[in-house]
Design a binder for this molecule. Structure first.
Ligand code: ATP
Ligand code: MG
Length: 267
């Protein structure tokens, strides 16, 4: 009977844990829904506003002003698209359904294109109000096999953070190094930095550091970065000091094209 009561207790504990996980999942889904509603509504209201302006004043607006409004509308729409992509990817990664496809990639070209994308959105700001983005490639040949969509998520989120948390007139330095076995990406900013007390939880979904003030965000970006890095069998490290700046470094194992491919980490 002692054996039986022990087994019963074990099953009971297991049931408790399953129930707790289910509750946590449910809470996460609810906050995800609120977050999407909240974060989609802001850019959506902006799009509605600018399109109304364009319709109402189309005869009196200068070409320059019209173009500026169109560019901002497009940036807002892209923001929604990115958010939805992130949420869907998070769901797929979490349920183990994210596709994994290693393709040979010219990393220097890939990073340059990504930097150009960010630079064109930075150009929407007045010149003396901008963060300067600098890309430095330390490797001669930058061909490697990596998963493009995961890499885009990783670098895109880190770049967007580095820019977002930096004051105007500072530099964000994005560096790429390649060894025989690894690709090392680092992003250094001279921004607000991250308090030591917050550094341990930054990769949790919805966690934001105490010093963000009014800088908008949902706290999802880094949790996506971490999941993508894990899935790639890599690692991410952070050095940061509040008020001084932050450096995020991502190291991913690579296979050179033509050599034996690395196998993806199982989620
Ligand atoms: P989003 O979901 O839109 O990316 P977010 O930027 O707040 O929102 P994360 O990218 O997950 O969320 O980052 C989590 C937190 O880490 C941020 O809220 C911020 O406190 C801190 N953080 C991340 N990157 C930086 C950085 N480069 N400089 C300073 N703080 C940062
Ligand atoms: Mg972010």
């Amino acid at each position: 009977s002692r054996q039986l009561s022990l087994t019963l207790k074990l099953s009971h504990d297991q049931l408790d844990r399953t129930l707790q996980t289910a509750q946590e999942l449910n809470e996460m889904k609810t906050s995800l829904l609120y977050m999407i509603a909240h974060d989609v509504r802001n850019p959506l209201n902006f799009i509605i506003g600018t399109t109304q302006l364009l319709t109402k004043y189309k005869l009196t607006l200068t070409d320059e002003k019209t173009q500026e409004l169109l560019d901002k509308t497009q940036a807002a729409a892209k923001g929604i698209d990115q958010l939805l992509d992130d949420v869907l990817l998070l769901g797929r990664v979490e349920s183990g359904q994210a596709g994994f496809c290693l393709v040979p990639l010219d990393l220097a070209k890939f990073c340059n294109e990504l930097v150009e994308e960010f630079q064109s959105s930075l150009k929407l700001k007045p010149e003396n109000d901008r963060v300067t983005l600098i890309f430095v490639n330390h490797s001669q040949s930058a061909m490697a096999c990596l998963e493009v969509s995961l890499l885009r998520r990783i670098l895109g989120n880190l770049l967007s953070n580095a820019i977002k948390y930096s004051p105007p007139n500072t530099e964000v330095i994005f560096e790429l190094k390649l060894t025989e076995t690894e690709a090392i990406f680092s992003l250094q900013d001279a921004g607000i930095g991250i308090p030591v007390a917050d550094q341990g939880r930054l990769f949790d979904s919805f966690y934001r550091a105490k010093n963000v003030g009014r800088i908008p965000g949902t706290g999802l970006g880094l949790s996506i970065v971490k999941k993508c890095v894990d899935l790639h069998g890599g690692e991410i490290t952070l050095i940061s000091e509040e008020g001084v700046g932050s450096t995020f470094t991502v190291t991913l194992p690579i296979a050179k094209p033509g050599k034996k491919q690395i196998s993806p980490a199982t989620p």
